[in-house]
Design a protein around this ligand. Structure first.
Ligand SMILES: Nc1ncnc2c1ncn2[C@@H]1O[C@H](COP(=O)(O)OP(=O)(O)OP(=O)(O)O)[C@@H](O)[C@H]1O
Ligand SMILES: [Mg+2]
Length: 329
C-alpha cells in the first residue's frame, strides 16, 4: 500500500463578501497517496479551485478563510502551520499549476530568469552554473525544443502550449511530492492537451509524485486519474476509484455528468443529455441536499436534512444521497 501524503478532513472555507459570509466549501474530506492521481470534477463554481487554494493556503486575504477542518500533509496540519513554514512547503513539496499560465509567469522577466530564481529560492546552496543547467534540463524534460534559446525569451514570445510547459517545468523544478494541476489544459487545443497529459503521466512515473488534477471534463479524468472526487455546491457528493465511478455512478448528479459525455457508439441525437436547471448561488442553497432543485428523485427528507457521505458497498466508494441504494443496481 502506498503511503498517504495528504489527508483533508472536514474542511470548510468561507468568504466574507458584501452580501455576507459565503461558505464555498463544506465538509470536504479526501486523501491522496504517493504516486496516485486524484481527479476533482464538477461544474463551474462547485469549489474545485477553492479546494486547491485552501490546501495551498493561497486564499485571498483577508476575505477567504478556512473555518473548520484539517489539511494533514504527512501528518502535519497545514492549516495551523506558521506562514514561513507553509512558504517552504509550497513550491518545494506541494506545487501548483494554474489554468492560465500568464497568471503564474511574470511577463517582464525572461523564461530563464523565472526558472533560475525558482530553483535558487528553494536551493540557496546551489551554484549559479548548476542552477542554469538544471533549468535547461527541466525545459528539455517537459518537451521544449531549443531550451537554451527559450531561456532568453519572454513569456509572450511562446505559444500557449509552450507557456503551459514552462509553468509545469517551474512547478516540477523543486521535485514536489504533490502537484496540484488546476485545469491546466482547458485553454489549449486537444492535441496539445493530450501531449501535456502524457507528459504529466511520464513525469509521474519517473518521480513518483502524486497529482491532484482538477477539471470539469470527465473525459480527461478517465484519461489520467486513479480516483475521482465529484463536487457539487461546495460538497463532495461522490468519490470512488475511476473504474467504479464509470461503472456504477451512484449520485444522480454523477449519473447526469456521465450521460453528458459524447459517445462515438451512440447516434448523435442520443448524445449529450444535460442536467436541467442551474446551480444556485452560495447564498441560495436550501437546507438539505444541495442538488435537490435539479434532482428527479427528490423526496421530502432531501429538503430537510443534509445526506451524509456514505460508503457504497465499502468505504472506497462514497456517495452523498439518501436514495442512492435504490438508484443503483
Ligand atoms: N475570492 C472569492 N470571494 C468570494 N467568493 C468566491 C471567491 N473565490 C471563489 N468564490 C466562490 O466560491 C465558489 C467556488 O469557486 P471555485 O473558484 O472554487 O469554483 P470552481 O469549481 O473552481 O469553478 P471553475 O470550474 O469555474 O473554475 C463559487 O461560488 C465562487 O463564486
Ligand atoms: Mg476553478
Amino acid at each position: 500500500m502506498s503511503e498517504v501524503l495528504l489527508q483533508v478532513r472536514h474542511l470548510a472555507t468561507e468568504f466574507d463578501t458584501e452580501q455576507g459570509v459565503a461558505r464555498a466549501l463544506d465538509d470536504i474530506s479526501f486523501q491522496v497517496k504517493a504516486g496516485e492521481t486524484l481527479g476533482i470534477v464538477g461544474e463551474s463554481g462547485c469549489g474545485k479551485s477553492v479546494t486547491s487554494l485552501s490546501v495551498m493556503r493561497l486564499l485571498p486575504k483577508p476575505t477567504g478563510n478556512i473555518v473548520n477542518g484539517e489539511v494533514l500533509f504527512r501528518g502535519k496540519d497545514l492549516v495551523k502551520l506558521p506562514a514561513e513554514d507553509m512558504h517552504n512547503i509550497r513550491g518545494n513539496r506541494i506545487a501548483m499549476i494554474f489554468q492560465e499560465p500568464m497568471t503564474a509567469l511574470n511577463p517582464v522577466y525572461r523564461i530563464g530568469r523565472q526558472l533560475n530564481e525558482t530553483l535558487a529560492l528553494h536551493n540557496p546552496e546551489m551554484k549559479k552554473a548548476d542552477i542554469h543547467q538544471a533549468s535547461i534540463d527541466m525545459l528539455k524534460r517537459v518537451g521544449i525544443p531549443a531550451p537554451e534559446r527559450r531561456m532568453k525569451e519572454y513569456p509572450h514570445q511562446l505559444s500557449g502550449g509552450m507557456r503551459q510547459r514552462v509553468m509545469i517545468a517551474i512547478a516540477l523544478l523543486c521535485k514536489p511530492e504533490i502537484l496540484i494541476a488546476d485545469e491546466p489544459t482547458t485553454a489549449l487545443d486537444v492535441t496539445i492537451q493530450a501531449q501535456i497529459l502524457q507528459l504529466l503521466k511520464d513525469l509521474q512515473k519517473e518521480t513518483g509524485m502524486a497529482i491532484i488534477f482538477i477539471t470539469h471534463d470527465l473525459g480527461v479524468i478517465a484519461e489520467i486519474c486513479d480516483r475521482v472526487l465529484v463536487m457539487y455546491g461546495g460538497r463532495i457528493i461522490e468519490q470512488a476509484d475511476i473504474f467504479r465511478l464509470f461503472d456504477k455512478p451512484s449520485h444522480p448528479y454523477t449519473q447526469g455528468l456521465l450521460k453528458a459525455i459524447p459517445r462515438l457508439e451512440k447516434p448523435a441525437k442520443e448524445n449529450l443529455s444535460t442536467i436541467p436547471g442551474m446551480v444556485p448561488s452560495l447564498f441560495d442553497f436550501p437546507p438539505g441536499c444541495r442538488f435537490q432543485n435539479r434532482c428527479e428523485y427528490v423526496q421530502t427528507q432531501c429538503e430537510k436534512d443534509t445526506p451524509p457521505l456514505e460508503g457504497h458497498i465499502d468505504d472506497d466508494h462514497q456517495v452523498r444521497c439518501f436514495r442512492f441504494k435504490e438508484l443503483v443496481n
